[in-house]
Ligand binder design. Structure first.
Ligand code: SF4
Length: 254
């Protein structure tokens, strides 16, 4: 079964990041243009080397952008693109966020769009996994605020009363035999990942935590699912559990 995530909204980040890359090229060219007479005075070889370095830098940026756009829109698995995606996630994201903010676009919108771009990379993977290689990582705010069961240490302690989505998620993890864990913060999330060594993660979180997590765990592929916040951030959040179930049914090797 083909695994296809809806990646609506990715264009915002892709357009912003392309503008960011063009601006980076313009700024570095101007910089070189200003300092090149001085470099020529010092040494012709130094001036030549700096020009070559600039050309290589431009080539990498242009190639990276083309690959990222190609993967995002065609959702084709290009092995050569690993480096481009790494650069994109690690370097381009913070600069693009700055540009977006200076244009008056909210951080939330930019992050949500970045998650969609990430998910289009996930669509391109087209691979299936053993259930033991999958991990569902959830935020603590999914648990109902009135529930005092300590599910953070062991999510299976949930009594499945149905007041929050943890009940349904427990059923899903049992049905597909997938490990599921709740992370109360970045440190615990890192520990869970180190302990379990997943090959693929389905992570539910708000836009901020999701983007931080995606950037941190790369190259492990992460399907990012944004939580819903009907009562505001960090309290009684919800998730569309059918998104997780449909992903699992397509991702698991049969
Ligand atoms: S479904 Fe589980 S975690 Fe949620 S409130 Fe009920 S017992 Fe607590």
């Amino acid at each position: 079964m083909a695994f296809k995530i809806n990646t609506k909204g990715k264009s915002l980040f892709l357009i912003l990041s392309t503008i960011t890359l063009i601006l980076m090229m313009v700024v570095t060219t101007l910089l070189w243009w200003f300092i090149s007479p001085r470099l020529h005075e010092i040494s012709i070889i130094l001036a030549g080397l700096s020009l070559t370095a600039l050309r290589i830098f431009f080539f990498i940026l242009a190639l990276g952008t083309i690959l990222v756009l190609l993967i995002s829109y065609t959702e084709t698995n290009l092995l050569v693109a690993r480096f481009a995606i790494r650069a994109y996630i690690k370097i381009i994201y913070p600069v693009t966020l700055l540009l977006g903010r200076s244009l008056g676009i909210s951080k939330e919108k930019i992050r949500e769009s970045f998650v969609s771009v990430n998910n289009s990379f996930i669509n391109a993977i087209k691979k299936q996994f053993d259930p033991s290689g999958l991990l569902i990582l959830l935020p603590h705010c999914l648990q109902h605020i009135d529930c005092d069961i300590r599910i953070t240490t062991d999510v299976t302690k949930c009594k499945r009363c149905g007041k929050c989505d943890i009940a349904k998620l427990c059923e899903i993890s049992k049905k597909y035999k997938i490990k599921m864990a709740i992370a109360t913060g970045g440190t615990l999330a890192r520990k869970i990942i180190v302990d379990n060594r997943p090959k693929f993660i389905i992570a539910v979180a708000c836009d901020r935590d999701l983007v931080e997590g995606l950037r941190e765990v790369f190259p492990i592929p992460v399907y990012g699912v944004l939580n819903l916040r009907p009562e505001g951030p960090c309290v009684n959040t919800r998730v569309l559990t059918e998104k997780i179930e449909s992903a699992l049914s397509a991702l698991i090797k049969t």
